[in-house]
Design a binder for this molecule. Structure first.
Ligand SMILES: N[C@@H](CCC(=O)N[C@@H](CS)C(=O)NCC(=O)O)C(=O)O
Length: 202
């Protein structure tokens, strides 16, 4: 049985959501950030940077939340959460999966740190302002893309919605999502999924 090394509600939830959508059995290994377990020698043997998520099966060990998501959804093609390789839909799916971790997450991370998580003395307003500006540009691009769509691939829910849905969850937490009614509605649709509740709670 595969193992997900996780610390909810961090980016390990992106992988957990994919596993719950697939309905496969897996073991959860809680990596306690409050005890700095992610920095332990034991954890660094499976993630050299001391991060989560890590996904381990009998045959491989992987990190990077979106890469793991792409891999597990390909392993279960009957779930139809990943379009066939080489199709136009597959290209769009790749684009938005990567967009979530490459274009949205870094700015959400900086904004969250410098407005919420760091102590007042450690916060740098210029970093928060820059992160907000960068996120807003990207949020608008995503909003424009989704304005006439139910999901990234139209009516069909896919892994791209899991990848972006995680970023929307993060953006809602930071207060940045509410500026985009289309994204708020999109995120509300994603929240209706039973697997969302299993992973994120109410
Ligand atoms: N690009 C990586 C980012 C992984 C990452 O930064 N994980 C954070 C949680 S969201 C972490 O493990 N932080 C622990 C630490 O900084 O000590 C991914 O998407 O998996």
């Amino acid at each position: 049985m595969p193992t997900l090394y996780e610390f909810p509600p961090t980016r390990s939830n992106r992988v957990k959501w994919a596993l719950e959508e697939l309905g496969i059995d897996y073991t959860s290994s809680f990596v306690d950030f409050f005890k700095s377990e992610q920095q332990s020698e034991q954890h660094k043997r499976i993630h050299p940077l001391g991060l989560v998520p890590v996904y381990q099966t009998d045959t491989y060990t992987m990190y990077e939340s979106v890469a793991i998501l792409l891999q597990v959804l390909d392993e279960y093609p009957h779930a139809k959460l990943a379009p066939p390789i080489g199709t136009a839909e597959r290209g769009i799916y790749y684009q938005w999966c990567v967009f979530s971790s490459a274009e949205l997450d870094p700015h959400l991370f900086d904004f969250m740190k410098h407005t919420m998580h760091l102590s007042e003395e450690e916060r740098v307003p210029q970093i928060a302002q820059r992160a907000e500006k960068q996120f807003r540009a990207r949020g608008q691009v995503l909003s424009d893309f989704l304005q006439d769509k139910h999901y990234v691939l139209g009516q069909h829910f896919s892994g791209a919605d899991i990848a972006l849905g995680y970023s929307c969850n993060w953006a809602a937490y930071t207060g940045l999502l509410k500026e985009y009614p289309i994204l708020v509605e999109y995120y509300a649709r994603l929240q209706c999924r039973p697997s969302f509740h299993k992973v994120f709670g109410s």
